[in-house]
Write a protein that binds this ligand. Structure first.
Ligand SMILES: Cc1cc2nc3c(=O)[nH]c(=O)nc-3n(C[C@H](O)[C@H](O)[C@H](O)COP(=O)(O)O)c2cc1C
Length: 419
């Protein structure tokens, strides 16, 4: 039986990555979009403030919320964009805030790099691109437009953007980057035969569909030094008919592991099927560690360290999955948005469990959407960034209305600023 003391012992073990760096313990903060940048997409002081809070909570690896590689391709107003070195001083402060001295060594902080592709909400007023011009399913067509298919030259430009942003991250002092290859964003769109119906070298066979992510990985490696970590977050499946399957995911993980990926984080779902936060009819959502079955399968096939994210709530299960060898790092999202010191308490031998529970408005249609929970948790991040405490029992509907109002206001302001 796993006791609180044995869980603490298991989770306090350092972890060596292929690039030689050592993570101080087995906790990782999964990316959560902070939207704490300015409306012209520069990092602000609120980011180091927030990350200081998480660093004090003793999470060994902090992965930032998605940072975009193109200012014309955003997921929400206030996303940070890295296209050049203009923001180096603030990025340096952000990196520093995430690197505390911990019992197992220095904490690490990586930047999650993303391009949303077709997943740019209409209210941002930006044009959307994707591997192919495939429309969203009906329920989401009022939120997202049908994208334009990328040209081959544009694909090369986006690959270069990922590499340039990674080089800036290294210069700023971050320990690594994570390619966002999950949740239906551009990399994940390329991998999916539903979203990618190209008949050139970027589409068709799985080898062609994974060319985009392989090329991004290689370009980042070429632009950074060997000690800089490169990881990926990838879907175990999209849970979409005709989409990216478990078998596809295993093949892609095997390829990326062979190439030398330092960490593979497993998640799942898209806006159309939001399995990442457990908003799904799939049975995996009924228990902790939603994508554990896939992690076991991946472990059989690959040597790269594995991080599993989605649904972890108790120290006992976190320790068990690490102990079983299926997973090397426990990824936490929502728990850390309301309890930034949860890892510290578990590492101290406390029998702690996350207080995350479903956030509901009471309106079924809204509650089935992934964006609903995201809105609620984003508000908690903003509170911590301002030195306040999260409000664990904030009303779902009130929070949603507040977020919608502020997002509409900020989007309009952003559009006016851009002219
Ligand atoms: C507010 C919020 C923002 C998120 N933003 C991102 C993001 O930028 N990139 C990403 O890969 N996942 C994002 N996610 C998904 C989380 O990383 C994680 O996969 C998900 O919350 C499941 O883990 P959990 O059960 O521990 O919360 C976000 C989740 C939340 C709640």
């Amino acid at each position: 039986m796993t006791t609180a003391t044995s869980a603490a012992k298991t989770l306090s073990q350092p972890l060596s990555l292929p690039n030689g760096s050592v993570l101080p313990n087995r906790f990782a903060k999964s990316a959560m979009s902070e939207a704490l940048g300015t409306l012209d997409n520069h990092a602000t002081e609120r980011l180091p403030q927030l990350y200081k809070r998480w660093a004090e909570g003793e999470t060994g690896l902090l992965i930032t919320g998605n940072v975009m590689v193109d200012r014309n391709a955003l997921g929400e107003p206030g996303n940070v964009v890295i296209e050049n070195e203009d923001d180096l001083p603030m990025l340096q402060r952000w990196a520093k805030a995430g690197q505390p001295a911990l019992a197992g060594g220095q904490g690490h902080i990586w930047v999650q790099l993303n391009h949303p592709g077709k997943q740019i909400p209409k209210f941002l007023g930006l044009k959307t691109v994707a591997p192919s011009a495939v429309p969203f399913e009906k329920a989401l067509q009022s939120t997202f437009t049908t994208p334009r298919a990328l040209t081959a030259a544009e694909i090369e430009t986006i690959i270069e953007r990922f590499a340039r942003a990674a080089a800036v991250c290294e210069k700023a002092g971050f320990d690594g980057v994570q390619i966002h290859g999950a949740h239906g964003y551009l990399v994940s769109q390329f991998l999916s035969p539903h979203h990618n119906v190209r008949d050139d070298e970027w589409g068709g066979s799985l080898e062609n569909r994974m060319r985009f992510v392989v090329r991004i990985y290689e370009a980042i490696r070429a632009a950074t030094t060997p000690g800089f970590a490169v990881g990926i977050k990838i879907n175990s499946a999209d849970f979409q008919r005709g989409g990216f399957t478990n078998d596809d995911a295993l093949e892609v993980c095997a390829k990326l592991s062979d190439l030398g990926m330092d960490l593979i984080e497993i998640s799942g779902g898209t806006y159309e099927k939001p399995a990442m936060t457990g908003v799904t009819k799939d049975s995996t959502a009924k228990r902790e560690a939603y994508f554990l079955d896939f992690a076991h399968q991946a472990r059989e096939r690959i040597s790269a360290p594995l991080m599993l994210t989605g649904g972890f709530r108790t120290a006992e299960i976190m320790a068990e999955v690490v102990e079983s060898g299926a997973v090397d790092l426990v990824g936490l999202g929502r728990s850390l948005a309301i309890e930034p010191d949860l890892p510290k308490r578990i590492l101290a031998g406390e029998n702690a469990a996350s207080q995350v529970k479903p956030i509901r408005t009471g309106i079924g249609m809204i509650d089935r959407m992934g964006m609903m929970e995201t809105a609620w948790y984003t508000r908690q991040l903003a509170r911590m960034a301002d030195g306040k405490e999260p409000v664990i029992d904030e009303n779902g509907l009130k929070s949603l209305l507040g977020t919608v109002a502020s997002t509409v206001f900020r989007s309009q302001k952003m559009r006016r600023m851009r002219g």
